[in-house]
Design a protein around this ligand. Structure first.
Ligand code: UT7
Length: 329
């Protein structure tokens, strides 16, 4: 009998309707469409005015359940990867279960910044591979605009709001997740951080006045770590699984910067036409970028396709997942 693997059997994304273009941002801070496009690849991003990350996640999950004809009562576990939870506690995952009616599931949030979806996926597959769980939903959802400082031109141009969800089920045909490599290095914690609001710097007049509840990033330094580590870990998972560039149908990279994506594809020996890109439409949606890419490209994916997902984010955290796509849509 073949090993039980966890396969993605459905994917859905949700983005709010409101578009914030580069030209819109140029009216708020000293920037330009030309700078943002050439330095990052972002043209526009989406903004959720009313609601929280649980709303982004719930919309993505509701669509996923409908699309896959799945009863919410059959979901056994929900993991929500997010850095913008509705509250510090209770978890956003608990709230999503309530909003969607997944009353038989247990659920938790996972915080690994932009690598959150890969960490959550790699956690979820363990429950399927043991044979104990049959239906798990993994979500990446972030309302980044709730922590973006719209007076800081170096970060406010990067981020947007979105949610993406996948359904995981057992597969005994050899399809689904084959391997993963995950890493972290907490010595990078000051370089990409929301400093206020946690136990280090609890909310106070001072934390608010010092704008400590917003994202702070040392862009250049993060760029150096990201470009090296995302490329290296992607090449490492290929070597470990004896894959060459031509064996890969798709690279699904975290959408933080087009230059980081290009460098990763080059290191892997993958041509640009095999790289999923939607950063121009949504910007960096943190934990949501990878499921949003799968959702955007779902119709082009074929059963058996070799796919590498790869990400780098705050922490630092980074990693890669190798999977064989399990269905034709
Ligand atoms: O997703 C989690 C991980 N995060 C990442 O992977 C992000 C990694 N970092 C990056 O993607 C890039 O570092 C940024 C896109 C954030 C910045 O690009 P950069 O090429 O590294 O620019 P820089 O920070 O070195 O700044 C270059 C210049 C500076 O001006 P001076 O000092 O040369 O006069 C900045 O002040 O560009 C200026 N600048 C801007 N100009 C216009 C910075 N932001 C802007 C802006 N518009 N929005």
């Amino acid at each position: 009998m073949m090993k039980i693997r966890a396969a993605i059997t459905g994917v859905n994304g949700f983005v709010p309707d409101e578009v914030l273009s580069n030209d819109d941002l140029a009216k708020i801070v000293d920037t330009s469409d030309e700078w943002i496009t050439t330095r990052t690849g972002v043209k526009e991003r989406r903004v959720l005015r009313q609601g929280a990350s649980s709303d982004l996640a719930s919309s993505a999950v509701q669509g996923l359940l409908k699309k896959t004809n799945t009863n919410p009562l059959d979901i056994e576990l929900l993991i929500v990867a997010t850095v913008t939870p509705d509250y510090l506690f209770p978890s956003t995952a608990n709230i999503v279960c309530d909003k969607v009616g997944m009353i038989n599931a247990w659920s938790f949030d996972l915080n690994a910044a932009c690598s959150g979806f890969l960490y959550a996926l790699s956690t979820a597959i363990q429950f399927i591979e043991t044979g104990r769980y049959k239906k798990i939903i993994v979500v990446g959802a972030d309302k980044m605009t709730s922590i973006v400082d719209y007076t800081d031109r170096t970060t406010c141009v990067l981020f947007g709001d979105a949610g993406g969800a996948i359904l995981l089920e057992p597969n005994e045909e050899g399809l689904g997740v084959q391997d993963f490599i995950l890493r972290c290095d907490g010595s990078g914690r000051e370089l990409l951080v929301q400093p206020g609001g946690g136990s280090m710097n609890p909310a106070s007049v001072e934390t608010v006045e010092n704008r400590m509840h917003y994202i702070r990033q040392e862009g250049k330094q993060v760029f150096k770590f990201a470009v090296t580590n995302m490329a290296e870990v992607s090449a490492e998972i290929m070597e470990k699984n004896k894959l060459k560039g031509e064996d890969i149908a798709w690279l699904v990279p975290h959408q933080a910067n087009l230059r980081i994506i290009d460098a990763t594809a080059d290191r892997m020996g993958i041509t640009k036409d095999k790289v999923m890109i939607n950063i121009h439409k949504y910007g960096n949606t943190t934990a949501a970028t990878l499921p949003l890419c799968l959702w955007d490209y779902e119709k082009q994916l074929k059963k058996g396709d070799n796919i590498i997902l790869s990400a780098f984010g705050g922490g630092f955290t980074w990693g890669a997942v190798y999977l064989k796509w399990a269905y034709n849509s």
